[in-house]
Write a protein that binds this ligand. Structure first.
Ligand SMILES: [Zn+2]
Length: 390
């Protein structure tokens, strides 16, 4: 899913070696023709590994190339994602199938729903997708579930199988039943991502998205979807604020949403705290600090009221893609906080270990005294999200 990978000792199984050899060759290729040659060979290997549910070999090769900063990494990750989220069937006269994700950012002081989606809502989503996002001659299968990030198919081979199942339904232009009772329970956060997953089938080489058509325009598609797609999605989210985001191919959509979710979580937190402590809105302060697990992995933002030692709520800002200590994350966080109306901001340089509460697993957040503490809502204002019960 994310291109950020944690270090792991390289392995040298024969399948991994074969992938590494051809991925490096692809990285060094000097022409589109040579690219195509290596890509065809790699695609065959990747398809075999996906069929054999061998995510370990794929991840070992990706980890190895990522760590060694090899030119083959980008080419291999693109191919693995592409073979996972798209299929072509039946040669030149056949269909192209693509797994897409319809992302929603949501926040609520209660809980953000996940699970089954009614046929009536799916019909409305289909109408808006066909009107604004998908090209004219696409066939579509929507899965009838709202997925939290922990509920989307785990790993490359599970996702590839889902693409195959949903893709076959798309060829028939019918929706796809998911047994929502079998999904793991969604974790609860103040703000989170949700996805409706779908597959699109088109004649080989035909446009998939509206903006690939002659008179299509991506910005217009996005604006219309956010408004009208957002309207038909809203009944799924009672008691929540939501932001519909542009549906895209599965991996791009998830990456785009993970990235956007970071700023959204800060805005949601400020809105939540202002609503919870209306008399204290001008006392709201934020402390930003870097957190390390061997290397810098995330920033954490602690929110405090008049008493700068007590953190009432916190947000984690994970680093994504190639971000590191040279990326101006504190600057980005500060401008989002300022735009949300928080003017008292402290940015700490001191690196903290990325520690969590032993009892509940909650991250510790920085306070104004430069310590890391458990976020704790005052007694009577507490909510199920953040009350500290131990
Ligand atoms: Zn705890």
């Amino acid at each position: 899913m994310k291109r950020t990978r944690s270090p792991r000792p390289p392995r040298s199984a024969p399948d991994t070696e074969a992938l590494l050899k051809e991925a490096r060759a692809l990285g060094l290729s000097s022409s589109r023709l040579e690219d195509a040659y290596w890509e065809a060979r790699l695609s065959n290997q990747i398809d075999t590994l996906l069929k054999g549910k061998d995510d370990d070999t794929l991840n070992a090769a990706l980890d190895h190339l990522y760590q060694s900063d090899d030119r083959g990494y980008e080419g291999l990750v693109d191919l693995v994602e592409s073979r996972t989220e798209s299929h072509s069937t039946g040669g030149d006269q056949g269909d192209d199938l693509l797994l897409i994700a319809i992302p929603i950012l949501a926040w609520s002081r209660y809980s953000i729903p996940s699970g089954p989606v009614s046929a009536a809502i799916l019909t409305n989503v289909r109408t808006q997708l066909m009107a604004h996002v998908l090209a004219a001659d696409t066939r579509l299968a929507l899965a009838n579930a709202l997925f939290s990030p922990d509920q989307i198919p785990p790993g490359f081979s599970a996702t590839a199988r889902f693409t195959g199942q949903l893709g076959r339904a798309a060829q028939q232009n019918v929706d796809f039943h998911v047994d929502a009772g079998q999904l793991p329970e969604a974790m609860h956060f103040l703000s989170d991502n949700r996805y409706i997953l779908a597959a699109v089938a088109v004649k080989h080489g035909a446009p998939i998205f509206r903006w690939q058509e002659q008179d299509g325009d991506r910005e217009q598609a996005e604006a219309q979807w956010k408004q009208q797609g957002g309207e038909v999605l809203r009944p799924l989210f009672p008691g929540c604020a939501i932001e519909a985001r542009l549906p895209l191919a599965f991996f791009s959509a998830c990456r785009d949403t993970d990235r956007a979710a970071r700023g959204y979580a800060i805005q949601a937190s400020v809105a939540f705290l202002n609503a919870t402590f209306p008399e204290a809105a001008d006392q709201l302060q934020a402390v930003i600090a870097p957190f390390h697990e061997r290397r810098l992995t995330e920033y954490r933002i602690g929110f405090t009221l008049a008493d700068g030692a007590k953190v009432v709520h916190g947000v984690v800002w994970p680093l994504l893609d190639a971000e590191d200590e040279n990326s101006d994350v504190p600057g980005q966080v500060e401008s989002i906080l300022t735009a949300a109306g928080v003017n008292r901001i402290t940015s700490l340089d001191h690196a903290f270990p990325a520690e969590y509460c032993d009892d509940c697993g909650a991250p510790y957040y920085p306070n104004q005294d430069g310590e890391t503490v458990h976020a704790e809502m005052p007694e009577e204002e507490g909510t199920p999200h953040s009350r500290h019960l131990h």
